[in-house]
Design a protein around this ligand. Sequence first.
Ligand code: ADP
Ligand code: ADP
Ligand code: MG
Length: 666
Amino acid sequence: MFSKILIANRGEIAVRIIKTCRRMGIATVVVYSEADADSLAVSMADETVFIGPSPANQSYLVAEKIIAACKATGAEAVHPGFGFLSEKAEFARQCAEAGIVFIGPNPDAIDAMGDKIQSKLFAARANINIVPGHIGEIDDTAHAVRISEEIGYPVMIKASAGGGGKGIRVAWNRRDVEEGFPAVKAEAKGAFGDDRIFIEKFIVNPRHIEIQVLGDKHGHVIHLFERECSIQRRNQKVIEEAPSPLLDAETRAAMGAQAVALAQAVHYDSAGTVEFVAGQDKSFYFLEMNTRLQVEHPVTELITGVDLVEQMLRSAAGEPLSFGQSDLSIKGWAMESRIYAEDPYRKFLPSIGRLSRYKTPAEGDQGGYIVRNDTGVREGDEISTFYDPMIAKLCAWAPDRSGAIAGMARALEDLHIEGPGHNTAFLSAVMDQTRFASGELSTNYIKDEFPDGFSGLDPQPWQADVIMAAGIHMHRIQAARARSIGGSLSPLNHRLEWAVVAGGLRRDVTVSDLEGVTIIAIPGEGRSICLDSVVWKPGDALFSGKVDGRAFTATVANAPEGFTIRFRAVRQRVLVMTPMSADLHQRLPEKTPPDTSRLVVSPMPGLVVSMDVVEGEEVKEGQVICVIEAMKMQNIIRAERDGKIGSLGAKAGDSVAADDVLAQFA
Ligand code: ADP
Ligand code: ADP
Ligand code: MG
């Protein structure tokens, strides 16, 4: 085994690899760019090497710098993590030439599988089911239209070198192809430096199911069952689980056998993933093979007990696999939520900024479920535009699927992030949905369930009780404090009757305390609820306790004359008042928000690539106003209504902030 390795990556995956190395007694070297100088990975590594400016193409993507860092530190091997150099066969070859072991598959396997066009041709020859389409390069827009019409709409335009959901677009008609082909080409060039494009049939309403494979240098290949990754936005995974609720033992075995056959055909000798799109009828088609460790590998580790990073290290060091297919079985169920710095309330657009607060749930056995949080950041760190906006991967394991969902829902409650926008409330919403619980997943899930975008969920009855109870508790403590500052003694139960307005609904209650339990009677509903085990003091952002014996944690903040409380996917303004002030309050006129329907604003910070309208132009709903590049993605901003453009707020080449006005209707 190696005594020292270098990790050519950053963030959570660098931290993840360090953890296994520590356990195995292997020293680690971490390379870092300017932006990552104070990162968690850097603080955990045994040695570090600075490799240059923040943009990845001047640091993490420069093979020569990585190899020089290995030589300077005496690292015997390089783990590339995912992204960056992980699927660059050329890099693997350069390592070999320099006498450094690449901790991943052999370069020929990367060449054969690391490219979507090549791998499909290869898979077709190996008799693996592939998605129908034109598996070859497309020359230009006219060619793209011709091919799309031959295949029949809908089609998917894909960058052969694509990854991470980038360089992919669905086209339902000719116009989509004419617009999408150049956009995908530009995106592919920018993100991957390779603009080869192909087109395949778009499978409607499919599921994404993938098989984890593992090989060694002695010709053994096994699989570690499947992961289902159907919960996606922008063709990028957000929630993954293992096993898949769709598969039966027979389909699992068939998919596993195809994945192993494909891996064997390329003499695969490391951890890798064979991705499939599956129909609801359990038919399945090969999509691509990722010749690296996969982002969502923790769910497989949780159900098999195998440490995939350890296995990659062992294979790379030439050890034969120490177990076979029959030694593996699926134990329990695991979920992963990708915590992203993105705003679910604004079409999941990336959000950046400093993590002014970052508190994570307790890991390990929580009594009935296990929590694992793979993260690469700490409170105070910056989520920058330079890299992937993933903050953490939060996982929950339980003996069965419903336990894993419940565990994930609880773990998400205990996650507290302030600074950049984040998708925690959205993830909680999915955990609370009956469709998710039923396992009827599809890659359209988010579009189906949130057709008008995400705006939170309405509270379920117990959730409304939690929000009300937390509001009452906080209000009473703050009121008692205010009075004691005034000098008079004030027991908590100074007042019994309160009116609580939450989410615009008023409930009148009577509050009393008995042996540490707060009893909230709701005469209008003929029932009462109990609040106890409260952990909260003024200024805390997390409020935990039990309502009717069930534990919860809500995120709370002071708001003008009340609180903002978020519990799971419900976010409400909560006012606690005397019944008399509530009567008065109800007579106040509603404030009308300013009319912003005439404005087209930038949904995110970014660079205006093109302004596609001019002042005075009549536009139709859906017409392209401009294109904004952010996080290496081209985002098309469209008119949301018909009208005449009065003035423009930006031009091509401008940098814009979120909410900057791009154009104004006359
Ligand atoms: P996986 O297939 O492993 O679940 P994704 O499909 O989400 O992961 O992402 C594919 C790969 O693209 C990952 O290795 C991810 O790290 C990488 N990736 C995504 N965005 C970026 C980026 N902005 N820069 C570099 N690599 C990226
Ligand atoms: P990436 O390299 O970005 O992971 P993939 O080819 O794996 O690209 O596709 C990403 C996602 O896009 C898939 O998980 C799936 O949801 C969707 N997708 C890809 N190809 C198709 C297709 N032919 N039909 C339907 N959905 C597809
Ligand atoms: Mg993929």
